[in-house]
Design a protein around this ligand. Structure first.
Ligand code: HEC
Length: 280
């Protein structure tokens, strides 16, 4: 009883929450939210808030300054940065994107309102954003606006440098896969992997899609296409977001993602302690 009371108290005050910075699974530093002021300057940043489809201002630390301070310059030579959210969302974002565009780690609303948002894309209201929320200086950037909300994880509790192939070895299509399947894999990485797993690898916010039975085996193709296009037209009140409306060549992207999922039917396998069967 005492324990649960003190846990609640810790969560109510986000300043004491810690964010873990890791380099290929190894802990580099654990930083309390109230220590970030000593690491990087606070900016007021106005962005297009893709979850709410409106402009909104946050108090935030520049991501490059934070990474330089914690990892040293070596993070710039890494391949990917994985962001781990409390709710299981887990996007893996190429380092290149952080060198090309300006990212920030937001910790409060600029106007003092609660640090929460309505995630219209996932049919969720008043979602907590703390302790940290990754946002982009996107008001002047059509390229960033096209990306929708996929690289905007909130409730961040860990930030990890990694390489894609070592972190997600069971997601890659086989060498002989068609060009469409290989393109579909890149789209899947960008739009789906933060929530879903394939062969047990990926985000923990949504169901596994390949093992032991692929979604392409039990969902008819025309319904799968429609599910990616507009999930709410199939399941009332679903929290799965449609593929971002701004996605260029959206129909083709959907078709290629399905081709990738079909290809992965021949690549089933999972590594965990409970079930190590290799499926045919
Ligand atoms: C923000 C998280 C999120 C993203 C991003 C996301 N999904 Fe989902 N997806 C979900 C959730 C949650 C469910 C379960 C929803 C439900 O049952 O109503 C789901 C369900 C599904 C299902 C149905 C599985 C079943 O057996 O019922 C498929 C197929 C699917 N997603 C494919 C995809 C693909 C492909 C993408 C990328 C284009 C994608 N999802 C992106 C959250 C997400």
């Amino acid at each position: 009883m005492m324990l649960s009371i003190s846990m609640t108290a810790v969560q109510a005050d986000p300043s004491g929450m810690t964010i873990e910075f890791r380099d290929h699974h190894k802990l580099v530093q654990s930083v309390r939210l109230d220590e970030f002021d000593t690491i990087a300057p606070v900016h007021i940043l106005e962005i297009f808030e893709a979850h709410e489809k409106r402009t909104r201002a946050y108090k935030a630390y520049p991501a490059r300054a934070v990474f330089d301070r914690i990892f040293g310059k070596r993070w710039r030579a890494a391949e990917e940065i994985v962001f781990v959210s409390k709710d299981g969302y887990q996007p893996s974002i190429p380092v290149e994107k952080f060198l090309t565009f300006d990212a920030y780690l937001a910790f409060a609303s600029a106007d003092g309102s609660p640090f929460m948002l309505d995630n219209l894309l996932q049919n969720e209201e008043m979602v907590d954003l703390g302790p940290l929320y990754l946002v982009w200086d996107n008001l002047q950037s059509p390229a960033l606006r096209q990306e929708g909300a996929s690289d905007m994880p909130y409730q961040l509790i860990a930030i990890e440098l990694t390489t894609f192939a070592t972190r997600f070895p069971r997601l890659v299509p086989p060498a002989g896969a068609s060009p469409a399947a290989k393109r579909g894999f890149l789209h899947f990485r960008k739009h789906c992997l933060a929530c879903h797993t394939i062969n047990g690898e990926g985000g923990g916010k949504a169901p596994e899609l390949n093992y032991p039975v692929s979604v392409t085996e039990y969902i008819r193709p025309e319904y799968l296409r429609r599910w990616l296009d507009e999930p709410a037209s199939i399941r009332y009140n679903t929290t799965m977001p449609a593929l971002a409306a701004e996605t260029p060549q959206r129909e083709q992207v959907i078709a290629e993602i399905i081709t990738y999922l079909e290809t992965m039917r021949t690549q089933k396998g999972i590594q965990n302690t409970l079930d190590t069967r290799e499926m045919p």
